[in-house]
Design a protein around this ligand. Structure first.
Ligand code: HEM
Length: 536
C-alpha cells in the first residue's frame, strides 16, 4: 500500500526530515535559552537582557556595531571588565589594561591560546588535520628558530624583495604606472615569506604560492561559516566545507614533498657519513627537521606532517604581514611629507654600506621602524588582542571576586588602548610617523650610547608591552615579528630607494568587519622607477 507523506517520498526520508527539523528546533531552543559563560557580576555592553532573543540580536548587531561598543565599554568601564557579544556567537569578557599581567601569568593548562585557536579557527576541520592546531609543533619551530636564524637570512630577504617588487611594480623609468597596492604587496609578501619557509626556486612559483594564499582564505571561510552551523551538524558540514583546503594542501604538497624527502635523505646521509658534503639550507624545512630530531619527535619527521605544517605557517604569515604593509604604505604616503621623507633614510645607509642587508644597516632604519610601529598602533587590523580560553574545569577567579567559568573567552581591547591619548600621547587617533622615533630624542642629545640603544629597544617595532599589543604580549607574543621587522623595513627601504610615488589625495578608508579592520583592498597608487640620477 502506498503511504502518503507530505514529501511524496518514503517513510524513511519523511522520518529523516522530521528528525532533522526537530534537531534544528532543539538547537534554536538551546541557542536562545543557554546562558552564555559570562558571570552575572560582569556588565554587558551592546546587549539588552530585558529584550527577547537578546543574545541572538546582539550577535547579529555585533557585525556592524563593534566599534561603538568597544568605545562605549572602554569609556564606561575603563578599569573594569565588561562582556560583549561577538559575530561568532560566543561572547567575550573584555579585560581592562590593568588586568593584562593577571591574564598572562596563568599557565597554558588554565588559560589557553591553543584551545582558543582550536575553537575560533575551527581547528577540527579547517587545517585538514586537527593536529595542526591541537599540537602546533610549527609554532614551536618558529619560536625556537626564526628569531635566531633571521640574521643569516637578510641577503635572501633583500634579494626576494628586489625580484618581487621589480616584477610587480616594474622597472620602467620613463612612464608612471598604476599599481594595485594590496595585490602587489600580497604577491611580494607571499614570495618573501616562502623564501624563508621553503627557499628558492619554489618561493617564486605561482602554482605553489596560489594554494598557500587560498588556504589561508579557506581557513577563515570554514571557521566563519561554522560559527553559524549547529554543533551536531559541524562534524559533517565542517568536513564538507574544508574540502577545498585539502585540495589546496595537495596542490602545495606536490612541490614541497619532493624537497622534504630530499632534505630528510641528505640529513640522514650526512649523519651517517660526515664526509658527505652537504649544507642544509637555512629555511623552515631544515629548522623543523633539526628540531624534531633534536627533541626525538619522530612523528614530526613524517614527510606528510612536515608538508602540512607549512600551511598554518603561511596562514600566520601572509595576510597579517600584507595587511600591515598596505596600511603602513597608505599611512605614510597620505600623511605630511615628513613621513615620506623619513623613508629614504635608507639611501644614506645604503650608500655608506653598499648593501642594505647587514644587521647593523637594518638597525639604522630607525625612521622606518617608527613608521611601521606607528601604523600598527593606529591602523591595526586586529581590534581584540590576547584572546584566551579558560580551560580549568572550575574556572578562574578574577581579582574583582567573580569567577570566569570553564569555556569563557577573555581578551583585551587593543584597539582602544592603541587610541587612548592618556597612554599614547597627543593625537592618539592620528598617524604620526615619527612618534616613536621622537620619544628616543632627549636621550640621544645626552649622547649616551647605551641609553640610546635601550630606549630604542623599548619603542622598537618588535617590542610588545601593555600599550603596544599588535603582536600580542607575553610568552605567546608573535614569534614571527623579528622576521616581519626585517622584511618590512627592507621592503620600505627598497621602495623608497627605487620608486617615486604619487600619493592618493586622501587616505583610502579601512573597513570594520566584525572584530577586524580591513585595509583598503582596491586602492592603487602611481609609481615610477627612479633612474640613477633621480635617486635621493
Ligand atoms: C605583521 C605581521 C604579523 C602580525 C601583526 C602578527 C600578529 C600576531 C598576534 C597578535 C599573535 C597572537 C599573540 C598573542 O596571543 O599574544 C600572533 C601569534 C603567532 N604568530 Fe604572528 N603576526 C604576524 C606575522 C607572523 C609571521 C610572519 C609568522 C611566522 C613566520 C607568525 C607566526 C605566529 C605564530 C606561530 C603565532 C602563535 C604563537 C603562540 O601561540 O605561541 N606571525 N601573531
Amino acid at each position: 500500500m502506498e503511504i502518503y507523506t507530505p514529501f511524496g517520498a518514503s517513510w524513511i526520508s519523511f522520518l529523516a526530515t522530521v528528525s532533522f527539523c526537530l534537531l534544528i528546533l532543539l538547537h534554536a531552543y538551546r541557542v536562545v535559552t543557554t546562558k552564555p559563560p559570562i558571570p552575572d557580576d560582569v556588565p554587558w555592553v551592546g546587549r539588552d537582557p530585558s529584550k527577547w532573543f537578546g543574545q541572538a540580536r546582539a550577535r547579529l548587531a555585533s557585525f556592524r556595531r563593534m566599534p561603538e561598543w568597544l568605545f562605549e565599554g572602554y569609556q564606561k568601564y575603563r578599569s573594569k571588565p565588561f562582556a560583549i557579544s561577538d559575530p561568532s556567537g560566543k561572547p567575550v569578557i573584555i579585560l581592562p589594561r590593568s588586568d593584562i599581567k593577571w591574564l598572562l601569568d596563568f599557565p597554558d593548562d588554565i588559560i589557553s591560546t591553543i584551545e582558543l585557536h582550536y575553537e575560533v579557527l575551527a581547528g577540527a576541520y579547517a587545517f585538514t588535520d586537527s593536529e595542526m592546531v591541537k599540537e602546533p609543533f610549527q609554532n614551536h619551530v618558529i619560536h625556537r628558530s626564526l628569531s635566531r636564524r633571521v640574521n643569516g637570512l637578510t641577503e635572501e630577504i633583500w634579494d626576494e624583495i628586489t625580484a618581487a617588487i621589480d616584477e610587480s611594480w616594474g622597472i620602467d623609468t620613463e612612464h608612471w604606472k598604476d599599481v594595485h597596492v594590496y595585490n602587489t604587496m600580497m604577491f611580494t609578501i607571499s614570495r618573501v615569506s616562502n623564501r624563508v619557509f621553503v627557499g628558492l626556486p619554489l618561493c617564486r612559483k605561482e602554482e605553489f604560492l596560489r594554494p598557500m594564499r587560498a588556504f589561508a582564505q579557506g581557513v577563515m571561510f570554514v571557521a566563519g561559516l561554522l560559527h553559524f552551523v549547529p554543533s551536531f551538524l559541524k562534524p559533517i558540514i565542517g568536513h564538507v566545507l574544508a574540502i577545498p583546503n585539502h585540495f589546496f594542501y595537495y596542490r602545495g604538497a606536490r612541490y614541497t614533498v619532493p624537497i622534504i624527502k630530499e632534505r630528510l635523505a641528505n640529513t640522514e646521509r650526512k649523519e651517517k657519513d660526515p664526509s658527505f658534503r652537504y649544507r642544509a639550507p637555512n629555511d623552515y624545512i631544515t629548522w623543523h627537521i633539526q628540531l624534531a630530531r633534536a627533541e626525538g619527535r619522530h612523528q614530526e619527521l613524517a614527510v606528510d606532517r612536515i608538508a602540512r605544517r607549512i600551511m598554518p605557517i603561511n596562514f600566520a604569515a601572509i595576510h597579517t604581514t600584507t595587511f600591515v604593509i598596505v596600511n603602513a604604505l597608505f599611512d605614510i604616503l597620505c600623511s605630511p611629507p615628513i613621513a615620506v621623507e623619513a623613508m629614504p633614510e635608507s639611501n644614506a645607509t645604503e650608500r655608506k654600506e653598499g648593501v642594505l642587508c647587514s644587521r647593523s644597516a637594518i638597525a639604522k632604519l630607525t625612521f622606518a621602524d617608527s613608521c611601521i610601529r606607528e601604523s600598527m598602533r593606529v591602523s591595526n587590523f586586529m581590534t581584540r588582542e590576547l584572546e584566551r580560553k579558560v580551560i580549568k574545569k572550575d574556572g578562574v577567579r578574577h581579582p574583582g571576586g567573580w569567577v570566569a567559568p570553564y569555556g569563557a573567552v577573555l581578551a583585551v581591547d587593543g584597539h582602544s588602548i592603541h587610541h587612548d591619548p592618556s597612554i599614547q600621547g597627543e593625537n592618539a587617533g592620528e598617524f604620526d610617523a615619527l612618534r616613536f622615533h621622537r620619544s628616543t630624542e632627549p636621550i640621544e642629545q645626552r649622547d649616551n650610547a647605551l641609553d640610546k640603544v635601550l630606549k630604542r629597544r623599548q619603542v622598537g617595532m618588535v617590542t610588545t608591552s601593555d600599550s603596544f599589543l599588535a603582536f600580542g604580549h607575553g610568552r605567546h607574543a608573535c614569534p614571527g615579528r623579528f622576521f616581519v621587522a626585517y622584511e618590512l623595513k627592507l621592503l620600505l627601504a627598497y621602495i623608497a630607494m627605487h620608486y617615486e610615488m604619487e600619493p592618493p589625495t586622501e587616505r583610502p578608508k579601512n573597513t570594520w568587519f566584525g572584530t577586524s579592520v580591513l585595509p583598503p583592498m582596491d586602492a592603487t597608487i602611481r609609481v615610477r622607477r627612479r633612474n640613477d640620477e633621480s635617486r635621493l
